[in-house]
Write a protein that binds this ligand. Sequence first.
Ligand code: UN1
Length: 509
Amino acid sequence: MTETLTETSKLTERVRASLQACGVAAEAYGDDHDSFSPLTGERLATLRSSTPEEIDGAIAAAHEAFKTWRNVPAPERGNVVKRWGELLTEHKQDLANIVQAEAGKITSEALGEVQEMIDICDFAVGQSRMLYGKTMPSERPGHRLMETWHPLGVVGVISAFNFPVAVYSWNTALALIAGDTVVWKPSGMTMLSALAADALLARAVAESEAPKDIHQLVVANREGGQKLVTDPRVALVSATGSVRMGREISPQVAERFGRVILELGGNNGAIITPSADLDLALRGIVFSAVGTAGQRCTSMRRLFVHESVVDQLTEKLVAAYGTLSIGSPLEEKNLVGPLINEGSFQAMQQALSDAQAQGGTVLTGGKRVLADETPNAYYVEPAIVRMPGQSKVVHEETFAPILYVMTYSDLDEAIEMHNAVPQGLSSAIFTQDQGEAERFISASGSDCGIANVNIGTSGAEIGGAFGGEKETGGGRESGSDSWKAYMRQATNTVNYSGKLPLAQGVEFI
Ligand code: UN1
């Protein structure tokens, strides 16, 4: 890897200054875990990996801290999260700088990612006063029947490179107010972002009376993460990543009767009906298909366009793609940053050649750019491929900016094609016909966890529950009542009658 070009050393310097501003401790650095920037391919820092004993120690410490933390009143737990949110606000730019350098996001999206953390902190603080249980009428006189939500235990968070800090914060903010403690194994590709986010949380915890061990970070590869999966002290494993990863993790956690929240692959589609506002649809599609260089779980990958508007829309799309500037996210003009690494680039090339072999026509994009200037970085032109129908490649998630365009003549047919993939995260319809919109979000419409109208598939707000069906894993994180997954529910029957009537009219002694 080329290390010290003038440009690249400036990036490294900026990242190091931001890490320092966030309070990342000197002990984090070492000699066995490199962090590279997809912007240039340069090495940003080298860290020290956690040893197996340290990973075990992190779980043990979180397990011990839980015994105290679960008894702290929830609104007081919320104060720690509130302070974390304030520190994230104060260091928004610093953390965004690190996210940008490590995940390759453009400035606006890197700042947006940190904003998403701040938003979930706000949400969790409010939720800390609303861990409501129901009270229901007992069938017996002089009895009270109610439900209480209690802290669950240690939550193991396994997160992906593409949202290196936001998705972790959805889990952590809710876990902490719920009275749980957290052990985090971030993606090995975005450890610096993780260290910075964790250092800010450490500061919030240190300023409070909370046990310092309520949050733990491990620097580990897949093998290290495996400990979180199999250790019975980890009550809940919340994992974001590939379907393959989920398939491995899920049975292992089930085997020990642990809980999982899985947020796995997406293969998100949108339907464009004849009544759609095509200019609005165009902007929604481009943001979702091209934003974060097509590397969001929610990125739009499939488009079903009514045959009466397909030519018009594809022409507009190809023209819009032609205006996108691709290059270093450090330059404000660029809207498309790099892919995370060479493997992603190869996967994109493979998918494009498979698509062509299966009858597809590449309408635009797909080529690598800036290879001379940055030989160790992988910038690509986002691609649009016109597909004759539902071929194999369209059913697979390729984590790169490829948009497959297909046509339909009847909405039922479009919904059927839309639902015909194994994944079920996000979906959208663009229409001005209310009947079509309602049909799409009805029980027999989109089968995804997220179904939008006149908005793209990506860029969800934190207030709604986030997650998907089928191979996406079924988990829900973030807003709404996702907090319940981080708690255990107890049903209490309280008898104040002085007698002992039995339920269902049973007579005994
Ligand atoms: C992800 O890609 O794993 O809805 C999360 C979105 C973001 C979160 C994406 N708010 O696109």
